[in-house]
Design a protein around this ligand. Structure first.
Ligand code: 16G
Ligand code: ZN
Length: 529
């Protein structure tokens, strides 16, 4: 290893004294001004990971739905997945190392992971629209260069686009072309084919208002528009030309506050959606004629998509095993509807995309969504081959058409990670194919009233959970108290968990009425102190 170069560049990216960060569910995330050294060091780490896996590794500079002043960084593994956990630990150690420790930590990682120093290294870099992102991505490049790695700087891209391109590159473009244009072409083609199969007349238009959170989604949708069929009419709001990123808008804002974003006027029954700041999350919503706001969240998206796929599987006569993966935040009504009415098995994992993703990989078809709107569908290799084969060879017309729809769905979905653009196109296509309005989709089941609160405590790590975060095992007595409180209400449920991204404890409750959900959440939050 060229330690001289590492040290020379290191001196240009000094760590602020006393700063300690952790590679969490969303990578590193904090004030942009504290991240220069982290970016440089993640460039170094990406080179080692690339040499070890003999694959291209991605580095995405973004802080997603956080305020403009923040930033963050995430590494993307060879098939477009999140970085594996052993390496998350290396990332944390490297980010927190003192200047003089960097060399020894790099050496240790190389020994432990059998990294061959002369192996070719390749890193794909992308960034969101934050002001700080450009300079920070230059620091990543310094890290990659210091260790002699090759890089491709994609500049401004959505997080899922970078995941997609890493996957394309490492599958010899079996997954698609490793360019932004390749991404637009693949998705647009699949969307065009899929919606061609809708029975509605040619000039039936699909109208959608999109709140882009003043982020990268706006830029990329503008680029993509010319590839998309004309019958999809999208209107972009909060496109970043006037207002601040994520400020009073975006998927996270809409989900948490259960109200429309600023900057988007909703007429009754108009279909609207919001992306988050790096376009890996999406939620839908509308106002009814009485002016009431209705959120159509990740649980409803999972229900729509899994119902659609299940119906097609029945048509093609395939017994592929499909399951839906959720977290503790999934509304009880969605779980109930999927299990009882749709007869689809549902699994629950801890919060964080990687947990859902891993669980979803266990099935022929795994649909996963967090209630907050992050999710996708995974198809096993075998399932994909069966479907593609049927779409080509099946003699029976009806079966072949259904198989083709499934095939187009496979091509339209970004299987590497949740993707607001891809999910939006899947949803729009399904609504068109099924002839559903957003109200009809929303009415599939009724959400139980719920409330989320955050509680500041001295040390959130005293809370430990089990059973996919649904029960607290520490501190002693807490779960018993929650159980007591839950018993007081009908159709009730509550849990607490330490946040992985903020220094708070999160409280979630559900009950038969909004008042009851609110007071249950309040009572549980008092029990946390
Ligand atoms: C991160 C996760 C997201 C999760 C959220 C929970 C990824 C890419 N992102 O943003 O999935 O919902 O954290 O945050 O895994 P919390 O731990 O603060 O509640
Ligand atoms: Zn995001």
């Amino acid at each position: 290893m060229d330690f001289e170069a590492v040290a020379k560049y290191s001196a240009l990216h000094l760590k602020p004294a006393g700063l300690s960060l952790q590679y969490g569910t969303a990578g590193f995330r904090t004030k942009a001004g504290h991240l220069d050294h982290v970016m440089y060091r993640m460039g170094l780490l990406a080179v080692l990971r690339s040499r070890q896996t003999k694959s291209t590794i991605g580095v995405m500079v973004t802080a997603s739905h956080n305020p403009e002043e923040d930033n963050g960084v995430k590494l993307v593994d060879p098939l477009g997945e999140m970085l594996t956990s052993a390496w998350e630990e290396y990332a944390t150690r490297l980010a927190n190392a003192e200047e003089q420790e960097i060399q020894s930590i790099l050496t240790e990682i190389c020994q432990k992971e059998a990294v061959k120093l002369h192996e070719h290294a390749s890193v794909f870099i992308g960034r969101d629209t934050r002001h700080s992102s450009e300079k920070l991505s230059q620091s990543v490049i310094d890290g990659v260069s210091a260790l002699g790695g090759q890089y491709h700087d994609y500049g401004l891209v959505t997080t899922p686009q970078l995941h997609y391109m890493v996957c394309c590159q490492n599958t010899q473009e079996d997954y698609g072309k490793a360019t932004v244009e390749g991404y637009y072409q693949k998705l647009s083609k699949a969307f065009g084919e899929l919606t061609k199969q809708a029975s509605s007349s040619e000039d039936d238009q699909m109208c959608l208002k999109i709140d882009c959170a003043n982020g990268i989604g706006a830029l990329k949708l503008k680029e993509m528009e010319r590839y998309l069929p004309k019958k999809l009419l999208i209107h972009l709001y909060n496109d970043g030309t006037k207002e601040k990123l994520n400020h009073l808008c975006g998927a996270d804002f809409v989900k948490v506050h259960q109200k429309p974003p600023l900057g988007l006027e909703i007429k009754p029954n108009e279909r609207c959606c919001s992306f988050d700041g790096d376009a890996d999350r999406i939620v839908y919503y509308y106002n009814d004629t009485a002016g009431h706001f209705h959120l159509v969240d990740g649980d409803k998206i999972a229900t729509l998509i899994s119902t659609f796929i299940k119906e097609l599987l029945i048509q093609v006569g395939q017994t592929l095993k499909m399951a839906v993966v959720q977290t503790a935040y999934a509304n009880g009504s969605s779980t109930c509807y999927l299990e009882e009415t749709m007869k689809v098995p549902v699994h629950c994992t801890k919060t964080g995309v990687k947990h859902l993703h891993h669980k979803a990989q266990e099935f022929d078809i795994g649909v996963y969504f967090e209630a907050n709107g992050h999710g996708t569908v995974l198809f096993s290799k075998a399932a994909e081959e069966k479907i593609r084969h049927m779409a080509k060879e099946e003699k029976e017309n009806q079966k072949r058409e259904a198989a083709k729809m499934l095939e187009n769905t496979i091509d339209l979905i970004n299987q590497t990670v949740g993707d607001a653009i891809s999910d939006m196109l899947v949803i729009e296509a399904i609504l068109a194919l099924k002839g559903l309005t957003v109200q009809q989709w929303d009415a599939i089941y009724t959400d139980l009233p719920n409330r989320q609160l955050k509680v500041k405590v001295a040390d959130r790590r005293v809370i430990d959970t089990t059973d996919a975060e649904r029960r607290a095992v520490a501190p002693p007595g807490l779960q018993e108290k929650i159980d007591e409180l839950v018993k007081k209400y009908r159709l009730s449920r509550a849990f607490v968990r330490p946040s992985g991204t903020e220094d708070v404890v999160r409280v979630y409750s559900e009950a038969d009425t909004q008042e009851n959900a609110d007071s249950l959440a309040h009572e549980v939050s008092l029990a946390v102190y």
